[in-house]
Design a protein around this ligand. Structure first.
Ligand code: ADP
Ligand code: F6P
Length: 508
């Protein structure tokens, strides 16, 4: 990218000419608590005529952090979903993005401006085509491209520089997810005074897989710039400790790594490592589910699809890790073998558009839509299709109405760090009914022990679990759901954020 992109400014930072620099002195407000994630909580949707609408960013990270930041004063640093002009292609050094409009997010936002080309390498490339499949058991084949690693390093550096500039002395910085694993190390080099936490929202893979990564040492060293590294499950934390022992000459114990302190203070530094299972704003989901509007909407959803005996539901980003194909195949076979009679059930699959510039995701969409089309052709009944497929975003209220309408929730990922949808379903079942079919390879499976657990690779097992869930005795379902609701009530997202931040602030 060279120096030419250095003009790309940061929207909420302003510039004043100063005596110490021919280019002007950069002045910025500083913050005591800085959240850093690839995406800002809002994303720009640009229409063909150039009009921008600000929408909530997709995915579990934003769902989890947004309620926390409505309570904790913080600034959020990230990308806005729009591309910075690239002076190489436009030839125009003067063009800049419009500043973010005031009040579009839950807290002040600082935009990292990235060009289309940078996003291709750093996000669509290294984050989404290397790290994402590698960290999800290599379900798709990870690619290892040097020309994608380089922009990953450069963009991580950009994030670190920006945070170094706006963090107050001794501030707490909370860095998130696989896209930014080098930021803790880069930030510590620049600002050893900061308290740096890192949380990984996806699984951390076993040693045998992680060792494939040509830049494995750099990633581990980047993470070890943190004071505390959090994972969803104890298994993720153990994998990270095992990888660290294997790759670096450092001391580890059950919940920490001791590294050399490279700051002027010297000596040793302890990096905490632990499991902090993420959660949802349980009370908010319950409150939404209790409203008459949502209960009426749930009844109306059931009526619109013909009031079948069983409504089955899937809600996912359209991602190959989610096992949408697993449940579709199982459902179709249940129709074929007569376990489900025509008209008896409707399966509603909500598939949120996701990562649509990436080839694996384009192919997945084609595959899923082919499966849905075939199933409708083979098993459709005039006026009563057995599958409803919605490739659309919904508001939280609309989603809760779907949860409230569904007798059986199907959550069948091949691998998932947590899966918040499973918890959202449970929180929305205010009458303590409904059944959750849940893959044992989700973080949620560790906590939701009232679910019907399945191995997504076992087709007959998935079919049997769906049969069991549909045929379950209401009293059994009530006992299961009561247990799961107690779990999500006692371990909500506030408890998650508090436990991580308390551990981060605790003396090491
Ligand atoms: P991931 O982080 O991989 O996307 P999660 O299940 O942990 O998976 O989180 C997904 C989040 O996105 C949930 O909070 C869910 O409510 C939300 N979501 C899923 N589908 C939609 C949709 N169609 N419209 C709006 N939000 C959605
Ligand atoms: O949960 C993992 C994650 O990569 C998050 O960072 C994000 O919330 C979600 O998946 C959606 O991914 P993306 O930001 O690539 O659309």
């Amino acid at each position: 990218m060279g120096n030419l992109t250095a003009h790309a400014g940061i929207s909420s930072v302003w510039f004043l000419p100063g005596p110490d620099s021919p280019y002007g002195r950069r002045m910025s407000q500083t913050y005591e608590f800085v959240v850093v994630a690839n995406r800002l909580p809002v994303a720009a949707e640009t229409a063909e005529d150039g009009t921008i609408t600000w929408v909530r960013s997709p995915g579990g990270l934003v769902s989890a952090l947004e309620p926390t930041l409505r309570r904790e004063p913080a600034v959020w640093v990230g990308w806005s979903g729009r591309y910075a002009p690239d002076p190489y292609s436009t030839g125009d050094l003067g063009v800049e993005l419009e500043p973010l409009p005031d009040g579009v997010g839950p807290c002040p936002l600082v935009e990292i401006e990235l060009t289309r080309e940078e996003m291709e390498g750093y996000y669509e490339g290294f984050s989404t085509s290397t790290l994402w499949p590698l960290y999800h058991d290599a379900i798709a084949t990870p690619v290892y491209h040097r020309h994608q690693w380089e922009p990953y390093v450069a963009v991580n550096r950009r994030f670190a520089e920006q945070v170094a500039e706006i963090a107050a002395h001794g501030a707490t910085v909370w860095v998130h997810d696989h896209q930014l694993q080098l930021v803790p190390g880069m930030l510590r080099e620049r600002r050893p005074d900061l308290r740096i936490g890192f949380f990984l929202h996806i699984p951390f893979p076993p040693v045998e897989l992680f060792l494939q990564l040509p830049w494995r040492k750099e990633i581990v060293q980047g993470l070890l710039g943190s004071d505390l590294i959090g994972f969803h499950t104890p298994g993720g934390a153990e994998n990270f400790l095992a990888v660290t022992r294997r790759l670096l000459d450092v001391e580890t114990d059950l919940d920490s790594v001791t590294v050399a302190d490279l700051s002027p203070a010297g000596g040793k530094r302890r990096v905490g490592v632990g499991a902090f299972p993420i959660s949802i704003a349980t009370g908010e989901y319950e409150a939404i589910a209790r409203t008459a509007e949502v209960q009426d909407e749930a009844a109306s959803i059931r009526a619109k699809i013909g009031n079948p005996k069983h409504v089955l539901l899937g809600v996912d980003r359209l991602d190959y890790t989610k096992g949408i194909d697993v449940r579709l195949k199982a459902y179709v076979e249940l129709l074929e073998d007569g376990s489900i009679q025509p008209g008896e059930a409707v399966f509603v699959q909500i598939a949120t558009p996701s990562r649509e510039n990436v080839e694996d995701y384009q192919k997945l969409r084609d595959d899923i839509e082919l499966m849905v089309g075939r199933a409708l052709g083979d098993h459709g009944v005039l006026g009563a299709p057995p599958i409803q497929y919605l490739h659309q975003p919904f508001t939280r209220e609309e989603l809760v109405a779907f949860y409230a309408a569904a007798d059986v929730m199907l959550v069948t990922p091949y691998r998932d760090g947590m899966n918040l949808v499973a918890k959202e379903y449970v929180a929305s079942r205010i009458h303590d009914d409904g059944a959750l079919v849940l893959s044992e390879f989700t973080g949620a499976a560790v906590e939701l022990d009232g679910s019907f657990l399945v191995n997504p690779y076992d087709a007959d097992g998935v079919k049997q679990a769906i049969r069991d869930a549909m045929a379950a005795d209401p009293e059994d379902l009530r006992r299961r759901m009561t247990r799961m609701r107690a779990q999500v009530e006692n371990h909500d997202v506030d408890a998650w954020a508090k436990s991580f931040l308390d551990a981060l602030e605790a003396p090491q």
